[in-house]
Design a protein around this ligand. Structure first.
Ligand code: NAP
Length: 245
């Protein structure tokens, strides 16, 4: 990844932070995006620098199309190119459909699905002109299998899969690869407040018998971002210990 410029959205914590650190350790200069957690994003930058890598934190709410355009302009002005775009920023607002509010639905779609569109749209011209690039969208096994209590989230993550496949078809002739990773159940802030009994129940659904770590997802992201994945596009890679088999 030496000499490559990578943007990871929602990289202040959890999976995004692990992906940012993994790409930087492999030699990429990483833009650590965040929306609210400035101090945590700065901590990720400092960790990367302490390990000998290059990184910078940049704020942007991915659900705001205009802000995404400003971020894209700022990145292209500072670095002149973008080689890897990881659309990782995401939220949950879980609840059974009977109780799910319109706002719960709209917010999850706005950040998870439209945020992914906003970033891809604002960088698509750059990738086409460069005739190279890797776009990695973080979906979820919930988007592949569905999950009770996550109608909004599953819809957003299934939407990301459709978006991935369509954009992959559009950009393939210019050597731009577009893939999705569908993590299973990964231990981060997002899953932290789940009761232990629910976590134990989840673990029983995982053939490999353990929850995922952010690093498990980061390893897959590094592979898809690397030249080793140059002939892979439009795919959904489940990194889930076998949960979605
Ligand atoms: P997390 O620990 O809650 O971190 C979420 C990240 O997204 C934070 O860095 C947060 O930054 C950022 N973010 C939230 N809203 C944003 C916005 N509007 N604009 C920019 N950044 C925003 O979550 P995680 O577990 O690492 O999840 C990362 C991704 O993996 C998500 O897309 C999630 O859906 C997906 N995923 C997670 C699991 C799991 O089990 N954990 C499973 C499957 C898929 P700020 O704090 O700065 O807002």
């Amino acid at each position: 990844m030496e000499g490559k410029i990578a943007l990871v959205t929602g990289a202040s914590r959890g999976i995004g932070s692990a992906i940012a650190q993994k790409l930087a350790a492999a030699g990429a200069t990483v833009i650590v995006n965040y929306s609210g957690s400035e101090a945590k994003a700065q901590e990720v930058v400092e960790k990367i620098k302490a390990a000998g890598g290059n990184a910078v934190a940049m704020k942007c709410d991915v659900s705001d199309f205009g802000a995404c355009k400003e971020l894209a302009d700022a990145i292209l002005k500072e670095f002149g190119r973008l080689d890897v775009l990881v659309n990782n920023a995401g939220i949950t607002k879980d609840g059974l459909i009977m109780k799910m509010t319109e706002s719960d639905f709209d917010q999850v779609i706005a950040i998870n699905l439209k945020g992914t569109f906003n970033m891809i749209q604002n960088f698509s011209r750059t990738f086409l002109k460069q005739r190279s690039g890797k776009i990695i969208n973080i979906s979820s096994v919930s988007g592949v299998m569905g999950n009770a209590g996550q109608a909004n989230y599953s819809a957003s993550k299934a939407g990301i899969i459709g978006l991935t496949k369509s954009v992959a078809r559009e950009l393939a002739s210019r050597h731009v690869c577009v893939n999705a990773i569908a993590p299973g159940f990964v231990e981060t802030d997002m899953t932290d407040n789940m009761p232990q009994a629910a976590k134990d129940g989840m673990t029983q659904m995982i053939p490999m018998g353990r929850l995922g770590a952010p690093e498990d997802i980061a390893n897959a992201a590094l592979f898809l971002a690397s030249d080793a994945a140059d002939y892979i596009t439009g795919q959904v890679l489940c990194v889930d210990g076998g949960m979605a088999i």
